[in-house]
Design a protein. Structure first.
Length: 368
């Protein structure tokens, strides 16, 4: 029987340890401070990366592989073949009969919840105004719309028991709640990034193109350490675009294995923790919902270095993100990075507070 296998790191143990130590010190003290104290650090770091990339380039070029698409897979097989191995998979059409995939569209959401205050790429506005711009083909990507937290009755449109049953078998799973995405083909591509949460992503309408890279190849991406649980590629200089690959400028990525897939309505994607991924919308419009949780034992088993650094995160502190993310990812970010200086922040916060207790109660009722 075919079993998917996760690509192994081609880097030597000594180089991996040296790179990990640099990530830890960069996380604790900051790159600029380290460069002032240790004048030779930039050169030594460059030599380390060149050595690691040379070992990577010694392999044959590796094209992106399609993400496995499976139907009616058992929970035991899903956990054995994909969850424990950290390999993404599409559970094809698993949500096709859920009410969200049958009834949610821009008109439905605008009619039901158009007065909601949301934050898109053009600032705060009502949901109705934002959806109108999206429908007209303009960019106003809603990445952090707390639809289910604001309107607990919408939880009935998902199969919550099905989602919960596919969390890690560990007794410790910290619910991070739901994150709703609404956009169109004009929406910007989501940067290549990773984080510690596990994600079952439900494609409600439209299509999204996803590309993944294993966490074992993190040094090829070389993320800056920013004391955050959320890691992304460097944004202060040109970087490799997986959707329009320029291998002449970034030859190392010819040798980085990865997967890609296009999600269709009703598909549910398993996106493992710490796997690098980037996403773009292909159709007009798209609606998707991510169901997230953190399993600490799985994080330390999978990526002990980054699980340790997550415990030392300050932007925001891990205790704050674990405690408050179920109420809304955007609220955690606003509190830490922008605080109450943002116009209409208090109004946004009060709308979430008004429905949160009912949301928690509704989740308990649906899981009985």
């Amino acid at each position: 029987m075919f079993r998917p296998t996760k690509p192994k790191s081609p880097f030597g143990r000594a180089d991996r340890l040296q790179y990990g130590l640099d990530q830890v010190t960069q996380h604790l003290f900051g790159s600029d401070r380290l460069n002032k104290i240790f004048k030779s650090r930039p050169l030594r770091r460059r030599q380390l990366l060149d050595r690691m990339y040379s070992s990577l380039k010694a392999s044959e070029p590796i094209p992106l592989q399609p993400v496995d698409r499976v139907k009616d897979i058992s929970i035991a097989d899903f956990r054995r073949d994909y969850q424990k191995t950290g390999i993404p998979v599409v559970l094809e059409g698993a949500a096709l009969d859920w009410p969200c995939c049958k009834t949610w569209n821009l008109s439905f959401l605008s009619e039901k919840h158009g007065d909601d205050l949301v934050l898109g790429d053009r600032g705060f506005s009502t949901l109705k105004a934002s959806l109108s711009r999206i429908e007209s083909g303009f960019n106003d990507y809603l990445r952090f719309y707390a639809l289910l937290q604001r309107h607990p009755e919408r939880l009935c449109d998902l199969d919550l028991k099905w989602l919960r049953a596919r969390r890690n078998s560990s007794s410790i799973n910290i619910d991070q709640g739901f994150q709703t995405f609404i956009g169109n083909s004009a929406s910007p591509t989501t940067h290549l990034h990773n984080a510690n949460d596990a994600n079952l992503f439900i494609q409600v309408t439209g299509e999204k193109h996803w590309i993944f890279y294993p966490s074992a190849f993190t040094s090829a991406i070389d993320p800056p350490a920013t004391r955050s649980e959320y890691r992304t590629h460097r944004t202060d200089e040109p970087f490799f675009d997986p959707f329009a690959p320029n291998y002449d400028a970034f030859p190392v990525f010819k040798h980085v294995p990865g997967w890609e897939t296009v999600l269709k309505p009703g598909d549910v994607l398993w996106n493992p923790p710490y796997v690098w991924h980037t996403v773009r919308n292909l159709s007009d419009p798209t609606i998707g919902v991510g169901y997230r949780w953190v399993c600490p034992t799985d994080c330390f088993r999978r990526e002990p270095l980054y699980a340790f650094l997550d415990c030392l995160a300050t932007t925001p502190p891990i205790w704050k993100s674990l405690r408050q993310s179920d109420r809304g990812f955007l609220l955690v970010l606003l509190q830490h990075f922008e605080g109450h200086r943002l116009p209409r922040y208090e109004e946004f916060n009060s709308q979430l507070n008004a429905s949160y207790k009912e949301y928690r109660a509704m989740k308990k009722r649906l899981l009985k």
